[in-house]
Design a protein around this ligand. Structure first.
Ligand code: ATP
Ligand code: MG
Length: 412
């Protein structure tokens, strides 16, 4: 038997419903914040991710689904969403046109990681990107947007924030950090030695306990911010306070990707074990230029949908009854029921039963399917142009004339 690949999962029945519900919630909120949908290809030139995500990252270093296609092109399944959206923005020349653009996306991402709880090889993200907006108000809005999404999903998560400084503060900070790393060279892990050369701030993010102990004494970015970056960070905190959004400042929070500056943040859940980051994001004012566009501001986030599903699936979410189930008791009324049900689909969700059965049997099926309204035609009803009508929520039942049916359903 052919099965799905390791680390890749089907979503069916309850899982696909849950996916739809989460994405719908995210979209509703993002639209309220002025974001509209963007779709970009799943497959891009490998060079795009190498440049944008950065050679020093785990993603490019170890996790890419990279291959040569039949035309001998070096291509890669997208490991994250931002790079493709930036490419699309530059390709449409919107960096040159100027203005502010706000987009959301959702869909599959691919990373060749060791499959485990919370870590898949094909997973899904919902994310947003805003281009052309320098103001920290937008950074704040994005964090408020995620908080609202989590609130609507009834998920509690801890928000961690940090500032990575702007270009000028970053350069002088890096020097200090490298000096510190040089002094501790014999103690830190091999990965950190590699990071020290490629992108030293990523060392702070190391999962190795020994390294973390050493980095207790490392110089911190937020103690080395330029005035502008420090002012923005203060303003961000003030807005979060005013909106009653709790947060922790985590001076060692660096995003996994190389192009962030100023605001960096992560939402962590304590409901799903060690792969606990549910969403992360921040400002990336240098990325558009890195990718060959005209320097433009950028800020965004991405949320791991499977990790949200993991939190919600352990809960007992009450499925509300909805839709209509329509059926016949006798063979000769099946065509009539089929045609009536089909017409009703212009307006309502209708499940049509294709077989004649006893009333009790039909009621049982409708109940299992979660229908709200049960409609049934027998000999008497047919003869009198009537239909038997039952609301499976409040259990009221009655026989009504067919010409009143639409009005009755509208009133439900
Ligand atoms: P982690 O530290 O867990 O590896 P990351 O820094 O690699 O996360 P991002 O690149 O910031 O993650 O992606 C944003 C979100 O996507 C994460 O917060 C997480 O919820 C989700 N995510 C990342 N990798 C995976 C994966 N392999 N499987 C499922 N979800 C993932
Ligand atoms: Mg990762």
């Amino acid at each position: 038997m052919i099965t799905a690949l390791r680390g890749m999962k089907d979503m069916l029945q309850d899982r696909s419903k849950l996916y739809e519900y989460i994405v719908k919630t995210c979209e509703d909120v993002a639209k309220n914040y002025g974001y509209t949908q963007i779709k970009t290809p799943h497959l891009e030139e490998t060079a795009l991710f190498k440049r944008s995500v950065g050679e020093s990252s785990d993603i490019v270093g170890k996790e890419m689904y990279q291959f040569t296609d039949k035309g001998n092109n070096d291509v890669c399944l997208r490991p994250e969403g931002t790079a493709g959206v930036v490419r699309a923005y530059i390709e449409a020349k919107l960096d040159r046109a100027g203005g502010v653009y706000r987009w959301f996306y959702h869909g599959s991402m691919f990373r060749y990681e060791r499959p485990q709880k919370g870590r898949l090889r094909e997973f899904h993200q919902f994310g947003v990107e805003c281009f052309g907006e320098a103001s920290v108000y937008e950074d704040a809005s994005i964090i408020l947007m995620i908080s609202e999404i989590l609130k609507r999903l009834d998920i509690k998560a801890t928000l961690k924030i940090n500032s990575l400084g702007d270009v000028s503060s970053m350069a002088s900070y890096k020097e200090k950090l490298v000096k510190f790393l040089d002094a501790n060279e014999s103690e830190i892990c091999d990965d950190c030695l590699r990071r020290k050369e490629l992108n030293p701030i990523r060392t702070l993010d190391c999962k190795n306990e020994k390294c973390q102990e050493i980095y207790q004494n490392a110089p911190l970015m937020i103690e080395n911010l330029s005035k502008e970056a420090a002012d923005d960070f203060d303003k961000l905190k003030k807005i979060l306070d005013e909106n009653n959004i709790g947060y922790e400042v985590d001076p060692k929070l660096v995003r996994g990707l190389d192009y962030y500056c100023k605001t960096a943040f992560e939402f962590i859940s304590n409901e799903i074990g060690s792969q606990s980051a549910v969403a992360g994001g921040g400002r990336y004012d240098r990325l558009v230029e890195y990718l060959g566009g005209k320097a433009s501001y950028g800020v965004g986030f991405a949320m791991g949908i499977e990790r949200i599903m993991e939190i919600l699936s352990s809960r007992d979410i009450k499925n509300e009854r909805n839709g209509v189930y329509i059926c016949a008791l006798d063979e000769q009324n099946l065509d009539f029921v089929y045609s009536l049900g089909t017409k009703m689909r212009d307006k309502f969700k209708v499940e049509i039963s294709y077989e004649a059965k006893k009333l009790q049997k039909h009621l049982q099926i409708a109940d299992n399917k979660g229908a709200k309204i049960f409609l049934c035609i027998g000999e008497n009803e047919r003869a009198n142009s009537q239909i038997w009508y039952k609301n499976l929520d409040n259990k009221t039942e009655k026989t009504i004339n067919l010409n009143e049916l639409e009005k009755e359903l509208d009133n439900e």
